[in-house]
Design a protein around this ligand. Sequence first.
Ligand code: PRX
Length: 662
Amino acid sequence: MSSEASEKIESVLKETRLFPPPAEFVEQAHISSEEKYQEMWNRAKDQPAEFWGETAGNLHWFKKFDTVLEGEMPNTKWFTGGKINACYNCVDRHLHTWRKNKAAIIWEGEPGDTRVLTYQDLHREVSKFANVLKKLGVTTGDRVTLYMPMIPELAIAMLACSRIGATHSIIFGGFSADAVADRNNDAQSKLVITADAGWRRGKEVPLKTAVDESLEKSPSVEKVVVVRRTGAEVTMVDDRDYWWHELMEDVSADCEAVELESEHPLFILYTSGSTGKPKGVLHTTAGYLLGATMTSRWVFDLKEEDTYWCTADIGWITGHSYIVYGPLSNGATTIMYEGAPNWPDEGRFWEIVEKYQVNIFYTAPTAIRAFIKWGDEFPNKYDLSSLRLLGTVGEPINPKAWMWYYEIIGGERCPIVDTWWQTETGGCLITNLAGITPAKASWATLPLPGVQPVLVDEEGNEAKPAPTADGAVITSGNLCMKAPWPGILRTTWGDHDRCRQTYFSTYKDLYFTGDGALRDENGNYRITGRVDDVLNVSGHRIGTAEVENAINMHAGVIESAVVGYPHDIKGQGIYAYIIAEGVKPEDEERQRQNILQTVTRIIGPIAKPDKIQFVNGLPKTRSGKIMRRILRKIAEGQTDNLGDTSTLLDPAVVETIAKGKV
Ligand code: PRX
């Protein structure tokens, strides 16, 4: 084990307090005993076809499947022979129950406007918009790009796509025009749905302008639908651009949900990896929906009367699975908030919790760290007593943030589920179950039924447990999965070999997550973070190669190397070492600003480096490989502990870089 890894283990293990689930919670939980969990887990492992076959009974099928699982990873097919529709499951099936007039989506706009859509309202809007899509020439199998603010029309558009079997590709509103064009081209999208602009901290984010620019480079797109949100002035191109509200005026609200094959492509979601080009992760209908539905129930203990709020943006997988598909398929009430947590002040989230009496609240560690910084006075102003369960996702949560969340938001009453998963997994895989698992700050704990984790060393051998300094016995390794689960990604769009190479070829017969993890003697998992060149900045996945590519596009830049470093709020910050032509010390600041603009233009503001250091050379091995380990140490401020530099082509370069650290 490297010294870096063992230091990490020691610091993680310092927090040992256990928080057992409160008795009142256990009494009512969906999964309320360790025996029940164990029985489910064993059954899913030993008799997967029976377990998942029965579990699939929680979905509505037009035609029942013939086979539960066919093929081996990465070529698995689930529920073949079945006919199903995700939109029907999320909307129509509730219309035949008392839920027809239950709030499906409670939406709050950043300026304070609100909208409530009952299941019946949602059905009408979705059916109408599905007819609009058809009128614009979209048919089953086409790809549609959604580049929208967090407004109800986003959920409506997603569901309308799945209703007619069009595959949606949602792009987070913080990505640039260039990023939109790349994704449009990769997916060969036919239609883009956007808004004039979105609200963010009282300012307008000009989405339509970005779409206009992206269309100069993405010829597959034939038409654009624009929601009027802020009233921002936009250019509408004849026979290409249409207003949402005008299109919705004269369409019928009758539109049957199409009976689709189980493996019909539901959506593509682009995510970063260790190469410069984001991958289009493909999820298909039945398996993904089953995962999102069941994990919503098992993990968030979702009940009929709950008001549930996941604060993610639908532009990321968390919003897909746990704002839209999972909660709605369960007939739940899901809250959607458009804006920033600190607008008009830092109490906005807690005001929403009080206003709607939220019961289940799911957010990211980076947000929790920002709340801590803003001060307890904001949550303390509001009545948070409706909360009964809290969740976190997106990155390892540090014990300090966990304790604050537990005490200040949860009033030491609410269990916290630390949910580990990925865009590729479709839904949660490792998480505590609020009714049975004693929570331990920063431990995601148990694999869900159907999830068979294994920790391996660099060679792919199963990692061995080892005693630590304080007497615990811990296994440390790279986190892989031995068996497929229904929501596993099916491919990377247009390039199945890339999918195989990225996830299924590092270790034989295993799905490799890209994360490192620890396991304790009781089988609980603690995720330690990415072991590849992927950063996790404020819970957003960003590839170092992607940022380097963007920096290298800047005039005068010869080479760059990007690494992550610990950041108090963001979890990881981006540190860029750049070799650029003729940068004089007095020009450095201006050059930095210009480079930031280039990165914003090519990827978006989320990928902007926090620190830029201009250097004359990078530490490279004799074979030309950049030694990122050294650059990471320097970025972390550990300049006196750089390890062995003797294999470097020019060891002196390291000293110069360390001296110039910003
Ligand atoms: O490194 C892990 C981290 O986020 C990565 C997945 O990112 P993304 O596909 O964008 O999905 C984020 C939301 C599911 C993982 O490889 N991660 C996610 N959840 C946790 C986590 N790390 C530690 N603990 C978690 N609970």
